[in-house]
Write a protein that binds this ligand. Sequence first.
Ligand SMILES: [Zn+2]
Length: 61
Amino acid sequence: MALKACKVCNYLTEERKCPMCGSEDLSLKWKGVVIISDKEKSKIAEAMNIGKNGKYAISVE
Ligand SMILES: [Zn+2]
């Protein structure tokens, strides 16, 4: 199954809705992956306003 990116929080999932924020607004058109494994230390997580560890798309159309 294809990986989809949540348009709200950028979280990548194979589910029909985002397990992170509950949104069903998912897109197959996304670019780049960022994996946040330690959000406390991650500048990327801070910059992208990510609150939980996981796999995120860098940009979502
Ligand atoms: Zn989401």
